[in-house]
Design a protein around this ligand. Structure first.
Ligand code: ATP
Ligand code: MG
Length: 139
């Protein structure tokens, strides 16, 4: 399955606004198969570990505060060229720059509250999927 999965989170802003169902449907309509899914909430420690690469960035504290502010939906998605295609499905990090029809264009309001996460490489997709799911939770 390696190279054919990506990892996504529906972030607290989109969950709180009731966009979960629409986003999951959008992803399925784009050809992705759900192979794992979980409704959960990140602790500060878990969020810090997940976003460790951004630890030195000026927005790190705000990012952790936001990502722990409410429940999220974590999921593993399968499709050919999963990682790169999903970046196009979600759109640019800053929703103001996200192409029309992308998930961030449709459901995000700001660069920090930007509705969804998507892995940026096959390597990180595998790491992030394993961070949230064990082998028995994946289909
Ligand atoms: P993600 O990793 O969530 O899919 P991304 O890969 O598009 O988003 P990254 O550069 O990995 O963007 O940044 C991770 C997250 O940190 C962003 O999704 C956003 O929530 C937040 N972030 C990034 N840049 C900024 C910024 N300049 N100001 C505030 N928050 C930011
Ligand atoms: Mg990223």
């Amino acid at each position: 399955m390696s190279g054919k999965i990506t990892f996504t989170m529906i972030k607290p802003d989109a969950v709180a606004k009731g966009h979960t169902g629409k986003i999951i449907d959008h992803v399925i309509q784009k050809g992705y198969k759900l192979v794992a899914m979980k409704y959960t909430r990140l602790s500060e420690e878990k969020a810090g570990e997940f976003y460790a690469i951004h630890r030195e960035r000026p927005f790190f504290k705000d990012l952790i505060a936001f990502m722990t502010s409410g429940p999220i939906v974590a999921a593993v998605l399968e499709k050919e060229n999963a990682v790169a295609d999903y970046r196009n499905v979600i759109g640019a990090t800053d929703p103001a720059k996200a192409e029309v029809g992308t998930i961030r264009n449709l459901y995000a309001k700001s660069i920090d509250a930007n509705a969804v996460h998507g892995s940026d490489s096959d390597e990180n997709a595998a790491i992030e999927a394993a961070f949230f799911f064990n082998g028995f939770e994946r289909f």
